[in-house]
Each structure stands twice: as structure tokens, then as C-alpha cells.
Design a protein around this ligand. Structure first.
Ligand SMILES: NC(=O)C1=CN([C@@H]2O[C@H](COP(=O)(O)OP(=O)(O)OC[C@H]3O[C@@H](n4cnc5c(N)ncnc54)[C@H](O)[C@@H]3O)[C@@H](O)[C@H]2O)C=CC1
Ligand SMILES: O=C(O)C1=N[C@H](C(=O)O)C[C@H](O)C1
Length: 253
């Protein structure tokens, strides 16, 4: 049997997303699952397995080291793990400059509906006086706000600033318990953690007398798998850093 061109090591393979990704890669005819790594496995297993690609679905504390290892060994990386702030992205870009044939996709969300909702929100943000985000997740999530909400707020805030739109009006002067939530690029972000939820987000845009709500729901982690597979099939042909699955889609926005 000839070897598949896409030989995949899954990092975080025993987690909620990792388990799902292992099944998705295993079921893809053009891919071979060559390694499954957990918290206590050595990254050397990735190299020894002959992996051409990693999928990182681990934890924010581990993801940068995992991706650095892959890039240093010329292995393409598809990354769903959160925690990629500007500082980390900057270090990754500097590393990729030394490995110009290697591709990395940092995808805050692999679900197509979520990618579209974020793109629509970024497009719409400049046209409304007020803009806020509510993200809602399962209570086992370790980070808040979610990576998707942080990225959505960043893109919305940037678009509003570039268009010369003032921050959302807010007369609050008394908020000892932080009820107004986090502020990312001048956009307030509220995080709900509730048993029964998977991953959900609402972007609220308001002006006098009207509201636009953009809501996306992932009811099942199966929603993320087409994006993971698209990332794996595309990343080698896109050397350097791509931030967001929209970089691989022709959204025409
Ligand atoms: N981009 C996307 O579409 C999505 C991203 N996520 C993100 O993916 C990450 C994982 O989420 P879940 O699967 O829900 O978490 P989880 O806690 O179920 O799984 C994480 C797994 O990583 C393992 N791990 C810890 N350190 C590791 C290391 N150094 N190397 C390899 N594995 C290690 C843990 O033991 C655990 O099994 C989170 O950052 C989450 O926000 C989750 C869902 C969708
Ligand atoms: O931890 C999760 O579950 C999710 N994490 C990602 C995030 O933080 O945005 C993607 C999705 O929201 C699910």
C-alpha cells in the first residue's frame, strides 16, 4: 500500500476535540493517522511516526511548544487550541520566516457557521453605535473569553477603529463585580459557562431603534471536523502563517 501524503499526528488525542479528530482523520481516505499524543507523551513521537502534519487540540499552556517543535521539523500544523495572543503569533511568524516551506493554520474556530458569523460581524461592526459579544460554553472549558470571541472582538474593534467609529456608549461608573465583562479592543465580551452547552456565540449590534443579532451554535463537536480536514488538506500549499480558517475560504466579503 502506498503511503498517504497527509500523515497526521493528533496532539491532545484523548481530549474532547482530539477524540473526534482522531476518528475524522482515521475515516479520511486521503489521510493516515500515524500518532496520537497525550499530555505525558514525548514530542519525539511525532518525528518518529513520520508525520507530515500535526493537529494540535491540546491546552493553551502546551500549544506554542507543540507548534514550535513541528515547524522546526518541517511538519505542517493545523491548530485549534486557544491561547494564541499577538505575542505568541509574533514569535511564530519569526520562526516561520526561518522555515519558509512550512505552513501553520491557527484556527480559533473550525465550524463553517462560526467562521461566517465572525466575518459577518467584522463587516457589520462599523455600521452600529453599540457592539457586544456573549459567548456561551460548557463548564469544563479552561479559558475565558473563548478564542472565537477574542478573535471576533479583535476584528470588530479593528474595523470600527479604522472606520472612525467611537467605542460603544456606556455610562457605567459603578461596576465593582465586573458585570460589564471583559473588554477586547473596546468591545465588551461576556462569558457564560453552563452544563449542557457545547459552543455558542452571539454578537449584538445596536443603534437607535434596531438590533442585529448574529448567533452561531455548535451543538456537537462533529461541527468542527470538516474544518479540521480542510485545514489538513490545504495547509501544506499555504506556507507561512494563516490566522483563521477564512484564510482558506473564498468568502468574498
Ligand atoms: N478551533 C476550534 O474549532 C475548537 C477549539 N477548541 C480548543 O481546543 C482545545 C482543546 O479543547 P478540548 O478538547 O475541549 O479540551 P480537553 O481538555 O478535552 O482536551 C485537551 C487534551 O489535551 C491533553 N494535553 C494536555 N497537555 C498536552 C500536551 N502537552 N500535549 C498533548 N496533549 C496535551 C489533555 O490531557 C487533554 O486530553 C481548547 O483550547 C479549546 O478551546 C475546542 C473546540 C473547537
Ligand atoms: O473549548 C471549546 O469548547 C471551544 N473552544 C474554542 C474557543 O475558545 O473559541 C472554539 C469553540 O468555541 C469551542
Amino acid at each position: 500500500m502506498s503511503q498517504a501524503e497527509i500523515r497526521v499526528a493528533v496532539l491532545g488525542a484523548r481530549g474532547r476535540m482530539g477524540t473526534e479528530a482522531v476518528s475524522a482523520v482515521d475515516g479520511a481516505e486521503d489521510m493516515e493517522l500515524v500518532a496520537r499524543l497525550g499530555r505525558s507523551d514525548s514530542l519525539d513521537l511525532v518525528r518518529e511516526s513520520g508525520a507530515t502534519h500535526i493537529v494540535d487540540l491540546s491546552v493553551p499552556d502546551a500549544t506554542e511548544e507543540n507548534v514550535r517543535f513541528a515547524v522546526e521539523h518541517g511538519i505542517h500544523a493545523v491548530v485549534g487550541t486557544t491561547g494564541w495572543d499577538d505575542e505568541r503569533l509574533g514569535r511564530l511568524q519569526a520562526l516561520l520566516a526561518q522555515h519558509p516551506d512550512t505552513g501553520v493554520l491557527i484556527a480559533p474556530n473550525f465550524a463553517l457557521g462560526s467562521v461566517l458569523a465572525t466575518a459577518f460581524a467584522a463587516k457589520a461592526a462599523r455600521y452600529f453605535e453599540s457592539a457586544e459579544i456573549i459567548e456561551l460554553h460548557h463548564p469544563d472549558k479552561v479559558d475565558a473569553p473563548s478564542g472565537t470571541a477574542a478573535r471576533t472582538a479583535q476584528l470588530m474593534g479593528r474595523a470600527r477603529r479604522e472606520a472612525g467609529v467611537a467605542p460603544s456608549p456606556d455610562a457605567t461608573t459603578q461596576d465593582p463585580d465586573g458585570a460589564r465583562g471583559a473588554t477586547v479592543e473596546d468591545v465588551h465580551v461576556h462569558a457564560v459557562r453552563l452544563r449542557g452547552l457545547v459552543a455558542h456565540q452571539e454578537v449584538l449590534l445596536g443603534s437607535a431603534g434596531e438590533q442585529l443579532t448574529l448567533r452561531h451554535d455548535s451543538f456537537d463537536r462533529a461541527s468542527f471536523m470538516p474544518g479540521v480536514l480542510l485545514g489538513l488538506r490545504t495547509v501544506a500549499s499555504r506556507p507561512g502563517l494563516t490566522h483563521g480558517l477564512d484564510g482558506y475560504l473564498d468568502l468574498g466579503l
